[in-house]
Ligand binder design. Sequence first.
Ligand SMILES: Cc1cc2nc3c(=O)[nH]c(=O)nc-3n(C[C@H](O)[C@H](O)[C@H](O)COP(=O)(O)O)c2cc1C
Length: 342
Amino acid sequence: MKNRFMLAPLTNQQSAPDGAATDYDVDWVRRIALGGYALVQTCAATVQGTGRAFKGQLGIHSDEQLDGLRRMADAIREGGALSAVQLHHAGHRARPELGGVPAPASDDPHAGLTAMTTEQVERLRDDFIRAAQRAQLAGFDGVAVHGAFGFVISEFLSPLLNRRRDRYGSSIENRARLLFEVIDGIRRTCGPQFQIGLRLSVERYGLRIEELRDITAEAFRQAQIDYLDLALWNSAQLVMDGPLAGRTMLSVFADLPRGNVRLGVAGKIRSAQRANEVIEEGADFVLIGRAAILNADFPQRIFTCPEYHAPELPIDVAHLQREGLSPPFINYMRTSWDGFVA
Ligand SMILES: Cc1cc2nc3c(=O)[nH]c(=O)nc-3n(C[C@H](O)[C@H](O)[C@H](O)COP(=O)(O)O)c2cc1C
């Protein structure tokens, strides 16, 4: 990476109904890459067509999507950044009204859902790996495995949501098996030069920070991944209860020996000052989410003016139009992100 700015994965609901990348997708990543980010992650892209959670979600589950993905990879490279596709499956959060089929780790009689069979879990693992191969074929430098926000990999990690009795459930080792098999498979299939990121969140969905710390320690020890992306909503968030209470969530992960694996953090980083604070606390790089929507060239602005701070929210639609956001992206920000658009 040429600097410490990474674009956080940002769903923008601007892909075609079949998951193919549109001109909007290509234009967005091109502007972001030109804006100075060292590495640009795509929005969450489905590794199975049935794993959809969002309208207009990008797909990487079919070879027919390769052309559009190739255009995105080219645009990022031409803009001077490294690239990664975020690999996603919504698990129990897949949305039937969008063609999704909820695929939970455990039975949910209340919602009328039956747990995935062991064979279905193995197929899902293989589809994550196949999607990574597709990303490589399309010319991306790497992939980022979505293990956050209760989506399938995070769901399997959760002792609340994963009550399976096969080798993918019960012990923490079993609950983390899907994650590590996906990472191993990608590394084996795509080779040592292909960059692999892992995104984990530690809040909600019954996730336990002590367990996630142990899983991260193991991922750092195995060194199959290149970076961990800690998906916080506020990078200054403190642990509220349990043995780690009072520490920042970031410090819990930054204090682990990490060898050559890099550590990044997301959450309300909207100025160089805040970026420097998390780097002083032990992060190697920062992920920029909402500030990138406000300014596609947020890093460039900081390089020009180190005191720069992203605009305050809520923002008016005219600003987002001037920034070149597509109509579906603006509509998504208006309807789904309370307090973002005035
Ligand atoms: C509009 C929007 C879309 C997002 N889409 C994704 C996504 O596709 N995958 C993901 O892992 N996180 C997603 N996130 C979370 C961001 O990547 C990031 O972690 C979060 O917004 C905190 O960073 P920020 O305070 O800089 O926005 C999304 C956030 C926003 C605001």
